[in-house]
Design a protein around this ligand. Structure first.
Ligand SMILES: Cc1cc2nc3c(=O)[nH]c(=O)nc-3n(C[C@H](O)[C@H](O)[C@H](O)COP(=O)(O)OP(=O)(O)OC[C@H]3O[C@@H](n4cnc5c(N)ncnc54)[C@H](O)[C@@H]3O)c2cc1C
Length: 279
C-alpha cells in the first residue's frame, strides 16, 4: 500500500517545528522507521509531515552536572558508538544492540523511540529504570517530565500533538552503579519480553533497585513487589513476586502465562548481571 497524500515541511528550528505543528493534523517526522510504516499501512493519515532532521543541536550527547543528556535526533547507531554512553549510561549501551537491525538503528532516533512509546521497545523501559527525565518544548514553553510520568498508555505519552521532544536525561552512572538488561525474542530484532534494571550497590545489597519490564503491558511496567526481594538478595522470592507484579495479556507472540514465565527467566539472568561490578 502507498500512504495517503500529505504535505511536507522542513523545520529549521524547534520554534519553527512548533509553529508548523499548529496546523491541524500535522505529525513530526524523525527517523521515519515507525511513522513511515504506519503511513504506508494507512494506520495514520496526517495532512502535513514536519521533518525535524535538519534542526541543529538535537543530535548531541552531552555529559553535564552528573547527567547524560541525549538529544532527540541522536540515532540509535550513533548512541551505540558513543564513548559517553558506554561509560555513563551503561544500561542504554546494553539495550541498543537489541533494537531492530543495523539499517533501523542507522535512521531511528532516541527521541522517536520515546515519543512513539511502543510498549515492547527497549529504550522507554531503560529510561524509566534509570529514573530519567524527558525534555520537551510546547507552544507555552519548555517542560521536563519524569519518565515515571511520561508513559500514559498504549502508544500514549505526556506529549501533545503540538509538542517536540528535544532530549532525554539520565543520571550518569557512578562506580556503585549496577545495571542489567535481558530480553527474549524469537529472532534478534523482534520483540517479546524484556527487562531493564538499575541499582546502586552497597556491599551485597542493591539500593534504589528499579526493575522495568517491556512487552508485558501497555507501557513499561515496574515490578515493584519483586524489587525489595531482589534488593535483599532473594532471587527466587523476587521471581515469585512477579505473578503479582505483571499481568501480561495473551498476544500473537505468546500467552500471558508464557510471558510471565519468561519474565522470571530474565529476572534470574539480570540478577547475575546486577551482582557484578562493571568492568
Ligand atoms: C523492522 C523494524 C524493527 C524494529 N525493531 C525495533 C526494536 O526491536 N526495538 C525498538 O525499540 N524499536 C524498533 N523499531 C522502531 C525503531 O526503533 C524506531 O526508530 C523508533 O521507534 C521510532 O524512531 P524514529 O526516529 O524512526 O521515529 P519516527 O518513525 O519518525 O516517528 C515515530 C513517532 O514519534 C513521533 N516523534 C518522533 N520524534 C519526535 C520528537 N522529537 N518529538 C515528538 N514526537 C516525535 C512521530 O511524530 C511519530 O508519531 C523497529 C522498526 C522497524 C521498522
Amino acid at each position: 500500500m502507498k500512504p495517503a497524500p500529505f504535505a511536507y515541511a522542513k523545520a529549521r528550528s524547534v520554534a519553527h517545528a512548533i509553529e508548523l505543528l499548529a496546523n491541524d493534523d500535522a505529525r513530526l517526522l524523525a527517523g521515519g522507521q515507525s511513522l513511515i510504516a504506519t503511513l504506508n499501512m494507512r494506520l495514520s493519515e496526517p495532512e502535513l509531515l514536519v521533518d525535524i532532521n535538519a534542526i541543529g543541536g538535537l543530535d548531541r550527547i552531552v555529559l553535564k552536572n552528573a547527567h547524560v543528556e541525549i538529544g532527540a535526533l541522536v540515532r540509535h547507531a550513533q548512541a551505540e558508538r558513543s564513548a559517553e554512553i558506554a561509560r555513563a549510561a551503561p544500561l542504554i549501551a546494553l539495550a541498543l544492540p537489541h533494537i531492530g537491525h543495523p539499517a533501523i538503528r542507522n535512521r531511528g532516533t532516541v527521541g522517536g523511540s520515546l515519543a512513539f512509546a511502543d510498549p515492547a521497545a527497549e529504550l522507554p523501559a531503560c529510561v524509566v529504570a534509570l529514573d530519567g527525565e524527558i525534555e520537551m518544548v510546547r507552544p507555552q514553553g519548555q517542560l521536563t517530565v519524569k519518565a515515571d510520568d511520561f508513559f500514559k498508555g498504549l502508544f500514549e505519552t505526556a506529549l501533545t500533538p503540538r509538542d517536540v521532544l528535544t532530549a532525554i536525561r539520565v543520571p550518569a552512572a557512578g562506580t556503585d552503579a549496577r545495571v542489567g538488561f535481558a530480553e527474549f525474542a524469537r529472532r534478534h530484532g523482534d520483540y517479546m519480553v524484556g527487562l531493564a534494571a538499575c541499582a546502586r550497590a552497597d556491599g551485597k545489597r542493591l539500593n534504589n533497585l528499579r526493575l522495568v519490564y517491556f512487552g508485558v503491558g501497555a507501557t513499561p511496567v515496574r515490578a515493584r513487589r519483586a524489587e525489595p526481594a531482589l534488593a535483599d538478595g532473594d532471587v527466587e522470592a523476587a521471581v515469585k513476586a512477579l505473578a503479582d507484579d505483571l499481568e501480561p495479556a495473551d498476544d500473537v507472540q505468546a500467552s500471558g502465562a508464557v510471558k510471565t514465565h519468561l519474565a522470571g527467566v530474565l529476572l534470574r539472568r539480570v540478577a547475575q548481571q546486577l551482582a557484578r561490578a562493571p568492568s
